[in-house]
Every structure is written in structure tokens, then in C-alpha cells.
Write a protein that binds this ligand. Sequence first.
Ligand SMILES: Nc1ncnc2c1ncn2[C@@H]1O[C@H](COP(=O)(O)OP(=O)(O)O)[C@@H](O)[C@H]1O
Ligand SMILES: [Mg+2]
Length: 292
Amino acid sequence: MYCRTFDKLTVTKKLGSAEGICYNEHNTAVMTLEVQHMIIAIANQKGGVGKTTTAINLGGNLAQRGRRVLLVDLDPQGNAATCLGIQKQRLEQTVGEVLLGETPIQEAIMPTGRPGFDILPATPDLAGTAVSLAGLMARETRLRQALAVVANQYDFILIDCPPSLDLLTVNGLASANQVVIPLQCEFLALEGLAQLKETIELIRTHLNSTLFIGGVVMTMYDGRANLARQVVEEVRRYFPQRIFNTIIPRNIRLSEAPSHGELIAEYDPQSRGAQAYAALAEELLQREETRR
Ligand SMILES: Nc1ncnc2c1ncn2[C@@H]1O[C@H](COP(=O)(O)OP(=O)(O)O)[C@@H](O)[C@H]1O
Ligand SMILES: [Mg+2]
């Protein structure tokens, strides 16, 4: 549910919403609305292209703008929680147990310590989970089933996919409304994209017919390099409508922030990286606004 929708409907103060029912400041249900949430899979089977960096910083920026955000870490490297400053020892129940049906999702979701920003974390055990999952019923839609239980509590759910097109990524894509693809501005950036698009098509045919490619985010752009400019032009030709106008620059501060357990907006809000991710969040919100 977007705050703007609440404003339009003159709900004076949003204190909570569940199952489409909104409550006013007296905690009285005031009207029933269709709850809208957007589930975004951040996917690219190449590693090191900026998926996790985009997931955490986009999530942080959306939460800063008053949206309720859940970040789902689907990568067995389990980096997302660490990047957000959450100690590994604090992780008890994780996305792995949720996928295996051993833990209710509500028990595995934890706050990131930032208002409106929660995480469903992962640990390296997730690699083993993926193997066990292969032999289970409804193996491709386990995450979707789990997210359905909590989806109404969030405006955005961002799924940080692993660097492969395995069952975990399939779960991510089967759960999502849209895919956002980070692409590094480098030689062969488009390589592997045909395979990703093919996987997305298969998911649309068999599991999730309304899934769409929401956008391509160009990352680690070095404006001094001719090659980077050429790559952006090439991707523009390949995805004319889909490429985000916001381009994420290569910025050392972005690579330093995770080691401090901070988002770029916390670590260095003036940096070019922080400004770029803030602009990306704005652009995404504008796109969602025009889509509705
Ligand atoms: N725009 C950027 N500028 C500089 N370093 C970046 C940028 N985006 C990501 N990085 C760094 O590059 C590495 C890979 O990024 P990451 O987001 O983990 O990629 P992925 O999740 O696709 O594997 C990390 O060390 C990260 O801090
Ligand atoms: Mg990652």
C-alpha cells in the first residue's frame, strides 16, 4: 500500500494495515482497499555485477522514503545481512528453513535496525537447502507461498538472487512481479543476457505468467572510459524502453560501505554512489506511479 494512496483517500494517519483493511488513529478500520505490493527480483547470473549492492541500497532508500521494505537474501553467500551490519551469530532462522517448510516466514524475518526495512536473511547453509529442495514438492514456488503470508505487510519486497540460474533464482523469479537486472558497464556486459531472458520466458510460461522485466540498471559506470559509454549505448539499443535513466557510477565509497555494515546513504550520503541510488529509488517510484 502506497502512502500516497492513503493521502488520496484522506486516511488522516496511517497506523497500520493488514489484509487490505486500513486503520485510523483511533485504531478503527476505515475502509477496505486492495493492497498493492511490488515484488522485485534483482537477478543476473553473473557474479559481481552489483545485485547485492543494488538490493540493499535500493531497499534502504525506499524505506527512507516511507515505504515498508522486505529484503530477501537468496544467495548462499549470505552477504546481504552482513552488508547491513547484522552479525552472523544473530542469524537463527533463515530463508533456507523457510524454503524447506521448517520455519514460518514470520519467525525468520528480522529487522535491519532501520525503520521500515526488514530482512529475510540467508547463510551458507542455503547451498545445501537448494540441493534438498530439488527433491521436494512445489520446489519452484516455495518462496512464493511463503511470501504470500507476509506480502501485505510490505510495499516492496526485493529479492537478491544468487549468481546462477538455479532453483533458488527460479524461486525468486516465480515469486516476483518484475525483474530488475543490474548490468556492469564492461566488455561482454550483454553476454549471458539471452540465457536470462530465456529463463524469464520459461518462468512466464510455466510458473508466473505476469512476470515482466522492469528495468536494467547499469552499474559501475566509469565515465572516463569510452568502453563504458559504448556499453550503455549498446544496452539502450537492446532494451530501448527498459534501461533506467539513472546510471550507477563506479564509486569506491560503495565498495567500502558494506565493510562498515552501512548503507551508502549512511556511510557517505554526499558520495556519487549515494546520490545515484537515491535517484534510482525515485525513478523506480515514478515508474510504479505511472504504471498504476
Ligand atoms: N558502483 C560500484 N562501484 C564500486 N564498487 C561496487 C559498485 N557496485 C558494487 N561494487 C562492489 O563490487 C563487488 C560486487 O558487488 P555485488 O553487489 O556484491 O555484486 P553481486 O551481488 O552481483 O555479486 C562488491 O565488492 C561491491 O562492494
Ligand atoms: Mg550478491
